[in-house]
Write a protein that binds this ligand. Structure first.
Ligand code: GDP
Length: 295
């Protein structure tokens, strides 16, 4: 991911680096290019505007322009601001000191929610006894998919009885099932829809009320660009998200969504899906991601 953005920024920085003394005009020109590159990478325009303004304020100070290496300093400022926007550190998934820990995975259909649920559970097998619970009862195929993936990953599975339509009821039974078998992390795969809609949000709020989850993780398709930010905002307003799982980062996503989700919603991106296999999930590292963008 980020290849397009990286290419553009590389060009800008090469120009800057080759200059010794910088003028305010040089900085303005470079920032115009930074702005264009970020917009092309699908970063939300408001995020870009604020970011460029912050960079400008820091970069045109005399201490930068009059320094021995002004262009290097501007490059550093751009790096630092992008890194802050992306989140400086890896933000780990919460494990409650008092088990069981409850995770709710939410998101639109096709975002990679079910796959991510199993991928995260699989990572927890080291040191924990996770259980995945199918709460997407609109689509029997989704229940079956979770069952199959869980079996592949050797993760315990709990699902509805045939014909059972009440996800909150299933979640309640899952809690008893987990208590009997000493599962310490329970991951609830909730229903996804093609669009954010009222019945979906009400169902998710009812589940939240039952579970008091330690994490409400929104799974977002990293390929969806600015739309990802709108989806994240809508879910966050109604549910209060604790983290985002950004999927399909192995594709040629322009990646602007990663930069923007954090700054628009304030919710940290915690995990990154980087492939179709069940082991293709890793903690999201904002600093490393920016390093990769800027080269
Ligand atoms: P859901 O409808 O949100 O539960 O989405 P699924 O978990 O069924 O995923 C939809 C499709 O995206 C499936 O074909 C997954 O294999 C694929 N997928 C999920 N995560 C990733 C990822 O990180 N990388 C790639 N390449 N494909 C992914």
């Amino acid at each position: 991911m980020f290849d397009a953005l990286k290419e553009r920024l590389d060009g800008i920085f090469k120009n800057l680096r080759s200059k010794g003394k910088l003028t305010e005009e040089d900085v303005a020109l470079a920032l115009r290019e930074v702005r264009r590159a970020l917009l092309e990478a699908d970063v939300h325009y408001k995020v870009v505007k604020d970011l460029v303004e912050r960079i400008r304020e820091r970069a045109v100070g005399r201490d930068v322009l009059d320094s021995i290496t002004p262009s290097q300093q501007v490059v550093t400022i751009v790096f630092e601001e992008l890194r802050d926007l992306m989140g400086r550190d890896v933000v780990p998934l919460v494990i409650s000191p008092k088990p069981p820990t409850h995770y709710m995975l939410v998101g639109l259909q096709g975002s990679g929610k079910t796959t991510s649920c199993v991928k995260i559970a699989r990572r927890l097998l080291k040191g924990h006894k996770p259980l995945v619970v199918a709460c997407d009862h609109q689509r029997p195929a989704a229940v079956e998919q979770l069952r199959v993936l869980a079996a592949q990953a050797k993760v315990a599975f709990f699902g509805p009885e045939p014909g059972e339509k009440d996800p909150v009821g299933v979640a309640e039974r899952a809690l008893r099932f987990a208590a009997d078998r000493l599962h310490d992390v329970i991951l609830f795969d909730t229903a996804g829809r093609l669009h954010v809609d009222e019945p979906l949000m009400e169902e998710l709020q009812a589940m939240k009320a039952l579970l008091s989850p330690h994490e409400i993780l929104l799974v977002v398709d990293g390929m969806t660009g600015q739309e990802a930010v709108n989806v994240a905002s809508a879910f966050n307003e109604r549910l209060g998200l604790t983290g985002v799982v950004l999927t399909k980062l192995d594709g040629d996503a322009r990646g602007g969504s990663a930069l923007a989700i954090r700054s628009v919603t304030g919710v940290p991106i915690k995990m990154a899906g980087v492939g179709e296999h069940l082991e293709d999930m890793e903690p999201f590292d904002g600093g490393r991601m920016v390093q990769r963008i800027l080269g």
